[in-house]
Ligand binder design. Structure first.
Ligand code: ES4
Ligand code: ZN
Length: 330
């Protein structure tokens, strides 16, 4: 319809995208063969059939298993370039891409290899398509804070070489029982180093985790944050401070955070004046990239064109891009 066409062409910024979660079954299969890695699947169809999640952990198990095919700089380049092509097709003009070094260093892949492959693709996309991007290094919260400190230490020597891209740190993986405050020291260190800070909070975890991400970690955006609605005082604070929430509708549906998109609170939060953005999270696993997330939300929640434009604008506004760049978008 014309509403869908309007969405498809609307310029967008994506602020919540795990590059490992953009690994499509076809590329996973091809890389497994190229690298002689054994997958627990016989075919691409079998991979897709396995994507029936009940919660975050049931997804993370397959996400980490799938990432095992990523070994070389070329693999990370191919992965990132495939994402860039999908993003360009969806009128995405800017991405702040999450990556998980610990998922790879644990398998003997160096931090340098991960940075180099992702960065080569993003720099080429900038050159050839004017595609704007940055990289946010995420710590895995099911691991220890010492492990996160070591991860940051291993990445810091690369900071200058990737100064045009790496500008933030984040926190992802299994949320429940791994509260933000577990990572207070490493976030304080990253803050002193001048990195932008974000954290997943209030996806499966309670509103208290959103409070501690804000008050203890001092993050500048909340990834997901949908459980904020259970805490009216927190909702007031998020509206008043215009703290951005990077909401991922199809992710929430696939991981059973909501039973049906018509029950999703993104429209209620937007209409309550919060700075809500729409993002794809792990598009290869959750059934769609940016346009699919916008269209599914618009259809389920009756989003108006004014609201769709607001959601897209919020993405640019909440980005860590330079003010001069934002001016050009907004
Ligand atoms: C993630 Cl949806 C989600 N939540 C937490 N951690 C993640 N890592 C990749 N996708
Ligand atoms: Zn996420």
């Amino acid at each position: 319809t014309s509403h869908h066409d309007f969405i498809n062409k609307l310029p967008k910024a994506e602020l919540h995208l795990h590059i490992e979660g953009s690994l499509e079954p076809e590329l996973m299969f091809a890389l497994a063969q190229r690298n002689k890695v054994t997958l627990p699947y016989a075919s691409v169809e079998e991979i897709r059939t396995a994507y029936n999640f009940t919660d975050l952990q049931s997804f993370l198990d397959l996400y980490y298993a799938g990432a095992a095919v990523l070994l070389t700089e070329q693999d990370f380049y191919d992965l990132t370039m495939a994402y860039v092509q999908r993003a360009l097709a969806d009128s995405v003009r800017h991405v702040e891409l999450f990556f998980d070094p610990q998922t790879h260093t644990a398998r003997g892949v160096s931090t340098e290899t991960v940075f180099a492959g992702i960065a080569r693709a993003l720099r080429q996309a900038r050159q050839e398509h004017g595609f704007s991007s940055s990289m946010i290094l995420c710590f895995l919260r099911h691991l220890s804070e010492e492990d996160a400190v070591e991860t940051l230490k291993l990445a810091l020597p690369l900071r200058e070489q990737y100064a045009d891209l790496w500008n933030g740190v984040g926190l992802d993986s299994a949320e429940v029982d791994n509260p933000p405050e577990k990572f207070s020291k490493v976030f304080a260190q990253a803050r002193e180093l001048g990195f932008h800070l974000v954290a997943h909070a209030g996806e499966e975890g309670p509103p208290a985790y959103i409070h501690s991400a804000l008050d203890v970690l001092q993050v500048e955006r909340i990834d997901h944050g949908v459980r904020a609605e259970e805490d009216p005082a927190l909702m007031q604070k998020l509206a008043k401070t215009q703290m951005p929430l990077t909401v991922c509708p199809l992710s929430n549906l696939k991981l059973c955070v909501v039973d049906d998109l018509s029950e999703h609170n993104l429209a209620r939060m937007l209409r309550a004046g919060l700075c809500v953005t729409i993002n794809s999270d792990d598009p290869a696993y959750f059934g769609g990239y940016m346009n699919a997330n916008f269209i599914a939300s618009a259809d389920a929640l009756d989003l108006s064109r004014v609201e769709l434009v607001q959601l897209a604008k919020n993405g640019f506004c909440a980005s860590f891009a330079a003010p001069e760049q934002k001016q050009l978008w907004l």
